[in-house]
Design a protein around this ligand. Structure first.
Ligand code: SF4
Length: 92
């Protein structure tokens, strides 16, 4: 819960605070989401390349500099800027 605790202090960039996505959430597990891209299992996800994270994913809804933001794949939850999942797509 440390991520949720630190994110709660981030302030008001979101209209109202959303819960942080738990890596153990069924959808998170299905997509291989981790809150820290450094922990991506490169054997399991060979397409992962260092430097990819939610902050530079096309689907990420947080603003630059935010520690967390929404992701349409995980409705109602926030993913960490430093996170990653197997649906990562390069931001245009
Ligand atoms: Fe992060 Fe993109 Fe996966 Fe959403 S789709 S969890 S923003 S890597």
């Amino acid at each position: 819960m440390t991520v949720a605790a630190s994110t709660a202090a981030l302030g008001t960039s979101a209209a109202f605070a959303q819960a942080m996505l738990d890596e153990k959430d069924a959808q998170a597990v299905a997509l291989g989401y981790v809150a820290d891209a450094k922990r991506v299992d490169a054997k399991k996800f060979p397409k992962f390349a260092a430097g990819q994270n939610c902050a530079n994913c096309a689907l990420y809804q947080g603003k630059a500099g935010d520690k967390a933001g929404g992701c349409p794949l995980f409705a109602g939850k926030q993913v960490t800027a430093a996170g990653w999942c197997s649906a990562w797509a390069k931001k245009a």
